[in-house]
Design a protein around this ligand. Structure first.
Ligand SMILES: O=P(O)(O)OC[C@H]1O[C@H](O[C@H]2O[C@H](CO)[C@@H](O)[C@H](O)[C@H]2O)[C@H](O)[C@@H](O)[C@@H]1O
Length: 266
């Protein structure tokens, strides 16, 4: 079922749903393509975006999986590609950042924009609001801007109103993730990023899996379903287009590592 990512309805407000089963073991074959979200999927959520703890084994695990999948693996994140590389180091895997605004195939350092850059004035408008409301954290990215209200829960409603009004005035899309409100250029979402990868030769003929935790991952769950694949929701059950569910980041690491057998621990 489709859930708009720019909806003001948060997943946790939804009615209880029947649970989803855990995914079958990850099988590496010529038909397997794997798309991985970052925050809340590969790393636990932290109070501040810079405070996430990246498991020492994670960059190697991602690279090894990408190698075994012959490049048919991509990270698809709301973070900028620079931020992802700052967390993971310079790993050679395909990546899409800024909710699909930035796109980089494996084996390349060249970033392809999938959207127009966000006007500076949008960042300035949101920054003034954030400053006037307790100094909320503003995270500008090349094709989007995020304002985090995790430390300012009372400012949530005002922030949503402010962002919705800027989005309407300027024809932008609003996304409401985990304690974060983001404005993105139209056309950049995780579903578009997945579709862009699937158009590439190395992904041709594959059955894609997308693993993600947040409402902003629903576009990607819908996209992989259109390509005959399935989504894996990470975290508590909620309304979702995913087919499977893993309870937490640790379970994701175990599921990914199992596909590599003993190789994952080298
Ligand atoms: O698509 P993702 O890779 O899941 O990125 C989504 C957003 O993640 C980051 O914010 C979230 O994680 C932070 C660290 O755990 C947390 O403090 C924040 O409340 C979360 O919303 C990142 O800062 C955003 O830019 C991403 O869009």
């Amino acid at each position: 079922m489709t859930q708009p990512t720019d909806s003001l309805t948060r997943a946790e407000d939804s009615a209880p749903m029947p649970d989803l089963p855990p995914p079958p073991p990850l099988h590496i074959s010529a038909q397997t393509a794997l798309f991985l979200d970052f925050d809340g999927t590969l790393v636990d959520i932290a109070d501040h975006p810079d405070d996430v703890v990246v498991a020492r084994s994670l960059p190697g695990l991602i690279e090894m999986l990408s190698h075994r999948l012959e490049g048919k693996l991509a990270l698809v994140s709301g973070r900028s590609l620079d931020a992802l590389e700052a967390m993971l180091g310079p790993i050679d895997v395909a990546m899409a950042g800024s909710h699909g605004g930035e796109f980089r195939p494996a084996g390349s350092r060249e970033i392809h924009p999938l959207a127009d850059p966000l006007p500076d004035a949008v960042v300035a408008e949101l920054s003034s609001f954030a400053e006037a409301n307790g100094g909320m954290l503003v995270e500008p990215k090349p094709f989007s801007v995020a304002v985090h209200y995790r430390r300012h829960p009372d400012a949530k409603a005002g922030l949503l109103d402010c962002a919705a009004s800027i989005a309407e005035d300027r024809g932008l899309k609003m996304k409401h993730g985990k304690q974060v409100v983001e404005l993105v250029m139209p056309g950049s979402d995780k579903g578009s990023a997945v579709s862009k990868f699937m158009e590439r030769e190395e992904f041709s003929g594959t059955v894609p899996l997308f693993v993600g935790d947040d409402v902003t991952d629903e576009d990607a769950f819908n996209a992989v379903t259109r390509f005959g694949g399935e989504g894996v929701l990470v975290g508590p059950m909620r309304q979702t287009a995913a087919r499977w569910r893993l309870p937490d980041v640790g379970a994701v690491h175990d599921w990914l590592s199992s596909a590599l057998g003993g190789e994952a621990r080298k």
